[in-house]
Design a protein around this ligand. Structure first.
Ligand code: NAI
Length: 460
């Protein structure tokens, strides 16, 4: 038996970051992971592999669409999908090994196997028993399906199966126009698959600022993705070589045949086998682990963070909670500002947001002004064929304080952080507008949108 100050269950971005911070704060720490490699969903079957395939498929698109325009003559670029998969696997391996190195460097023990609570201070991992004063559940999430759709990760796949298909399918039906559906749909559409996305709502990316959502859909449609909106998938049945998808739209039932079905209808907390409920743990009505504001569960000394609790299922939200809970455990303050958590969709163009949407401000009765700037007025964006998209800053009508920012365009996922920092400092749009931005950069579009909140953008 070994005694620890902290045992963290799960080595995804929430878990490993929390373990490292615990160790940095002088706590004797172990992490439990049952996969063969560290990093959880994000590194093994999520964020990182999808970014590799997004990069590869975007590069193919550039080679087939834009190289010639720049005088780069390549004779008919072809895809070697096996090699592309090897490249993706290599990216995964570099990253998961990197986490292993970080754990060793911080003297964190990796307890290999799946953790099960024996009591509030004791877990068993592969029949071995470990004790800890504090335990952090960072067990993440798993795909959630819909009735009458049985996932086999072969013909009916989640993002996990979609990242490792044996060949590029001729056709794919994606159920759900959320982040996973649009990123994976984009990858295969660029590689030549005929992609149709069926979405229950009458718009894509529910919860996103509507103006961005509509523009985003227009851009994706232009790229070749097909959308069936306001339609509920009711069943998927497989034949030997195909899948038949049944959906209902305005009371009309339609059947479509396809080679692959991607189910991207959301994710749910992964707590199977933990024995957490049996030792007195409680869940919310949505099936997430119930915690207080300091990530303490209903069991004293057991904390929970990341996808397993409420809030957006985002790696960076989990990381922030991981660091904060480590601080709470070591008697420090530990804080996460949930008002400033950016969201990014890594398509081309990228889409990013932080803070309130126009719809949220309207329904809260907050008076706001809008500053917008199109990337068509940004020299750098035009030079790289990415003039499509715009930045939209929402600022308080009275104080000019930035309340939200929504953008679609080149490097949106990086640009958004200027606004995140500004919001953390309680900055006004004028603060951004008065800050010198290097020319020519994409970030000038942010400044121009901030200028548009005042006397006007220059290049509009
Ligand atoms: P999601 O919750 O983003 O979208 C699911 C969509 O499926 C919704 O639009 C919903 O209306 C639709 N839907 C549900 N049932 C349906 C039915 N029967 N027929 C048609 N449409 C239906 O879920 P998604 O895309 O699976 O992502 C899961 C989680 O992973 C999200 O929380 C997301 O934020 C996170 N994630 C984040 C990434 C990023 O930040 N870049 C990348 C990948 C995942």
């Amino acid at each position: 038996m070994t005694n620890y100050d902290v045992i963290v269950i799960g080595s995804g971005p929430g878990g490993y970051v929390s373990a490292i911070r615990c160790a940095q704060l002088g706590l004797k720490t172990a992490i439990v992971e049952g996969r063969d490699t560290l990093g959880g969903t994000c590194l093994n079957v999520g964020c990182i592999p999808s970014k590799a395939l997004l990069h590869a498929s975007h590069s193919y698109h550039e080679a087939t669409h834009n190289f010639e325009k720049m005088g780069l003559i390549t004779s008919n670029p072809k895809i070697d999908f096996n090699k592309m998969q090897n490249y993706k696997n290599d990216v995964i391996s570099q990253n998961t090994k990197g986490i292993e190195f970080l754990l060793k460097k911080n003297k964190i023990d990796w307890l290999k196997g799946w953790a099960k609570f024996v009591n509030k201070n004791r877990v068993s991992v592969d029949e071995k028993i470990y004790d800890a004063k504090n335990i952090v559940i960072a067990s993440g999430s798993e795909p959630s399906s819909i009735p009458n759709v049985e996932i086999d990760e072969n013909r009916i796949v989640t993002s996990t199966g979609a990242l490792s298909l044996s060949k590029i399918p001729k056709s794919m039906i994606v159920i759900g126009a959320g982040v996973i559906g649009l990123e994976m749909g984009s990858i295969y559409s660029r590689l030549g698959t005929d992609v149709t996305i069926i979405e229950y709502m009458d718009h894509i990316t529910p919860g996103m600022d509507m103006e961005i959502s509509k523009n985003f859909q227009r851009v994706l449609k232009k790229q070749g993705l097909k959308f069936i909106l306001g339609a509920a998938v009711e069943a998927v049945k497989c034949t030997k070589t195909k899948a038949n998808v049944t959906y209902k739209k305005s009371d009309v039932v339609t059947k479509l045949e396809t080679e692959i079905v991607l189910v991207s209808t959301g994710r749910k907390p992964f707590i199977d086998g933990l024995n957490f409920l049996e030792i007195g743990g409680e869940l919310t009505d949505n099936g997430q682990i119930k915690t207080d504001k300091k990530w303490q569960t209903s069991v004293d000394g057991i904390y929970a963070i990341g996808d397993a609790i409420s809030g957006p299922m985002l790696a960076h939200k989990a990381e922030d909670e991981g660091m904060a809970v480590a601080e709470v455990i070591s008697g420090k303050h530990g804080h996460v500002n949930y008002e400033v958590i950016p969201g990014v969709i890594y398509t081309t163009p990228e889409v990013a947001n932080v803070g309130k949407t126009e719809e949220e401000l309207k329904s809260a009765g907050i008076k706001y002004k809008v500053g917008k700037f199109s990337f068509m007025g940004n020299g750098r964006a035009k030079a790289v064929f990415q003039g499509e998209g715009f930045v939209k800053i929402l600022a308080d009508a009275n104080t000019d304080r930035i309340l939200g920012c929504h953008l679609i365009g080149p490097a949106a996922g990086d640009l958004i952080h200027e606004i995140c920092v500004a919001m953390e400092f309680g900055a006004s749009a004028q603060d951004i507008a008065m800050t010198c931005h290097a020319h020519p950069t994409f970030s000038e579009a942010i400044r121009e949108a901030a200028l548009a909140c005042g006397d006007g953008a220059i290049h509009a």
